[in-house]
Design a protein around this ligand. Structure first.
Ligand code: HEC
Ligand code: HEC
Length: 181
């Protein structure tokens, strides 16, 4: 193997092991730079999406896996309205921040409000956010159709089957919300 390639592999190895070295408590302090735009205690969106279940997710809004590499890249380079933090932190601080972010792995949880709009916020908006150019699914405003009951209840395109998460009345509330959305 050529020395240059070995060097690249070596750097890759150090890079992928960094998270293990970070201090999550220091990272929590550094997260103050982020908390203006990101909740971690609930699923409400601020300017950016809640990070409460960041590492509990399968994919992130950019369509890529919710893993170390993807999150690190988003923080370093910025993403879709989020500024780059490449020059805001020293490399060791980025490791601390990553160690803290790894503690954010809640499951998609109890809706913030037991209303149709609340359920939409918890279960749907991450893929159907009309404000986001990177949304995986289409804008659902203004074209409700009967077929949507099945789409919502059975799940689709990576969305959970809501029968498994919500009772009948709650699902009805969500559909009522969509009718007037
Ligand atoms: C000025 C507001 C702002 C700040 C400050 C900010 N972000 Fe963001 N962040 C955003 C926006 C906007 C998005 C992407 C929005 C979208 O596509 O819906 C985002 C997306 C993300 C994502 C991807 C989430 C996902 O589910 O796809 C992560 C991870 C993230 N930010 C982490 C951080 C961290 C860590 C910090 C602090 C170092 C930070 N952000 C600071 C606005 C911000
Ligand atoms: C993981 C991403 C994801 C989540 C979460 C998600 N959707 Fe979707 N949705 C999609 C994608 C992608 C499409 C388009 C492709 C398809 O229909 O399979 C879609 C299509 C739809 C459609 C059809 C729209 C049309 O114009 O025909 C409806 C209705 C819908 N979603 C409702 C919902 C509701 C309600 C929720 C929350 C309970 C939800 N979706 C959650 C990704 C998602």
């Amino acid at each position: 193997m050529r020395p240059a390639l070995l060097l690249v592999l070596g750097i890759g190895f150090v890079f992928s092991n960094r998270a293990a070295q970070g201090d999550p408590e220091k990272g929590r302090e550094l997260f103050r730079s982020c908390s203006g735009c990101h909740n971690t205690g609930n699923d409400e969106r601020k300017m950016g999406p809640s990070l409460r279940s960041l590492f509990g997710k399968v994919t992130l809004r950019n369509g890529r896996h919710a893993d170390e590499e993807n999150v690190r890249e988003i923080v370093l380079d910025g993403f879709n309205g989020m500024p780059s933090f490449r020059y805001s932190f020293r490399p060791a601080e980025i490791d601390d921040l990553m160690a803290y972010l790894h503690t954010l792995k809640g499951r998609p949880g109890a809706p913030p409000a037991a209303t149709g709009a609340g359920y939409f916020q918890s279960y749907c908006v991450r893929c159907h956010d009309p404000q986001s150019r990177n949304a995986a699914g289409p804008d659902l405003r203004g074209h409700y159709s009967q077929d949507w009951t099945a789409i919502v209840e059975d799940g689709h395109a990576g969305a959970p089957a809501l029968r498994e998460w919500l009772g009948e009345n709650e699902r009805k509330q969500l559909l009522e919300f969509l009718k007037t959305y």
